[in-house]
Design a protein around this ligand. Structure first.
Ligand SMILES: [Zn+2]
Length: 147
């Protein structure tokens, strides 16, 4: 008989403290042991080539990456939709925004040719990708089929 509890260590979005979380309880949207805030973000987070590993690859919850650029009109149109989804799926899905102009390494790795491109990542691996701005209902349905 084993009493081992599977845990992951992840940083609090509010204060940066590393928290040990029980894998089985991730869906309960855990709070930080230090500051009491929810560990997972309620809004889109900005990721860069430098933070890609910690924010996306090491994330214990799935991540929807928005590859975007400041000059891209459809990307701006998509932003409010992503904010809403970040709030409604908080604790279960993280929304990460990567500026492809400033972070060519990651954009190149993913062979991003048109933006916006949304890539769903789970346990550090791409699950599926969709291109172009989608209405919220369509994007919600797309996510629900894959989460
Ligand atoms: Zn905290």
């Amino acid at each position: 008989m084993t009493t081992d509890v599977q845990t992951v260590t992840y940083h609090c979005v509010a204060c940066g403290t590393q928290n040990r979380l029980q894998t089985a309880r991730l869906a309960e949207d855990p709070k930080c042991g230090k500051c009491g805030e929810k560990i997972f973000p309620r809004q889109p987070v900005t990721v860069t080539d430098a933070t890609w590993q910690t924010e996306v690859i090491d994330s214990p919850i799935p991540v929807l990456v928005d590859f975007w650029a400041p000059w891209c009109g459809p990307c701006k149109a998509l932003a409010p939709t992503l904010e809403q989804i970040a709030a409604t799926r908080a604790g279960k899905l993280k929304i990460a925004k990567l500026n492809t102009e400033e972070n060519p390494r990651t954009a190149g790795q993913f062979n991003i040719r048109s933006i916006p491109t949304l890539t769903l990542m789970r346990q550090g691996r791409p699950v599926d990708t969709v291109q172009g701005a989608m209405p919220k209902t369509a994007l919600d349905a797309w996510l629900s089929e894959r989460l």
